[in-house]
Design a protein around this ligand. Structure first.
Ligand code: THG
Length: 283
């Protein structure tokens, strides 16, 4: 199954049979004081640098989040979308669950963006899916609902089914819904990663849709996070994940290695290409 995303000039496909799509996560002020300050000061040079740096590091799509406490997100998200769209050619992923914020930013977003995100709560489905439909966007559906994040894979599968059904009722094509089965910290619950992996398998088997993950949560609170994140990425992709929200500066080469090992990189072209680009950058 293919999910098409578009900027003004560029198309990216999430593809259940294709290589992993990387959504760069760095334009997010959570735990990122320098970016939060840049937003408050209206200093968009730093935003531009984060955008171009992530593309150079291999990101296919850029996530944009403006969630700083006290921030007028309705005013800010359209502003940052314009800046990023003028800086890079990649399609965008609008990271907000607030319908007013999305409705303000979508008319200014070129092409076909990804909306991050809707979930199984009634309020979320009712307020966000019509906006997704109106703007002909694609959307990430998180497998949580009014009762929180289920700690078993079967309930996450059921929530994915509910989101897909409600989207279909509004005429949103199934390929425009990307399911995110949610990654929790393995340091807090030793079965957290296993539940996510199992949910990926079930959702892929049942619905055949594209599956996104924000992989870095898995290592929260543990040392050598990068090692854990990368081991988890390999397992998640092997189970059926097709798209990751992550730091491309840290993880692109490993992601290329995973694609290569899964037979999705003929003659290791992309792996070697990225290795060479990194080697050049360090000279
Ligand atoms: N699924 C979906 N969307 C998501 C997530 C997900 N969006 C948010 C998050 N999870 C993914 N994005 C981030 C962004 C930043 C960090 C982690 C996940 C992060 N930041 C550093 C920190 O907090 O230590 C600080 C930034 C820095 O290194 O400069 O870790 O799961 N659909």
């Amino acid at each position: 199954m293919k999910t098409l995303l578009r900027s003004e000039t560029k198309e990216i496909h999430l593809d259940t049979e294709g290589p992993i799509v990387i959504i760069g996560e760095k334009i997010n002020p959570t735990g990122h004081k320098k970016l939060a300050t840049a937003y408050k000061d209206g200093d968009f040079k730093y935003v531009r640098a984060l955008a171009s740096r992530q593309i150079a590091a291999g990101a296919d799509v850029l996530d944009i989040n403006v969630g700083v406490p006290g921030m007028d997100e309705v005013a800010m998200l359209p502003e940052v979308v314009k800046i990023v769209a003028s800086e890079v050619e990649a399609p965008l992923c609008l990271d907000s669950a607030n319908p007013d914020v999305l409705a303000a930013a979508l008319p200014l977003t070129p092409g076909k963006p990804l909306i991050n995100s809707v979930n199984g709560e009634e309020a979320s489905l009712n307020s966000l899916l019509p906006i997704v439909k109106d703007h002909n966007a694609a959307v990430i559906g998180l497998t949580m609902d009014d009762e929180g994040i289920p700690n078993d894979a079967e309930t996450r599968l059921a929530i994915a089914g509910k989101i897909l059904e409600r989207a279909a009722k509004l005429g949103i094509p199934i390929e425009d819904v990307v399911i995110d089965p949610l990654v929790m910290a393995v340091g807090a619950d030793s079965h957290a990663a296993v539940v996510t992996i199992r949910a990926i398998q079930l959702i892929r088997q049942e619905f055949g849709v594209n599956i996104n993950l924000g992989a870095s949560n898995v290592s929260f609170g543990l040392p050598e996070r990068q090692t854990i994140n990368e081991a988890f990425l390999a397992l998640a992709v092997s189970a059926g994940a097709t798209c990751v929200i992550t730091d491309p500066m840290k993880h692109t080469l490993t992601i290329r290695a995973i694609d290569m090992l899964l037979g999705r990189d003929e003659y290791a072209t992309r792996y070697i290409g990225h290795y060479r680009a990194l080697a050049k950058g360090s000279n």
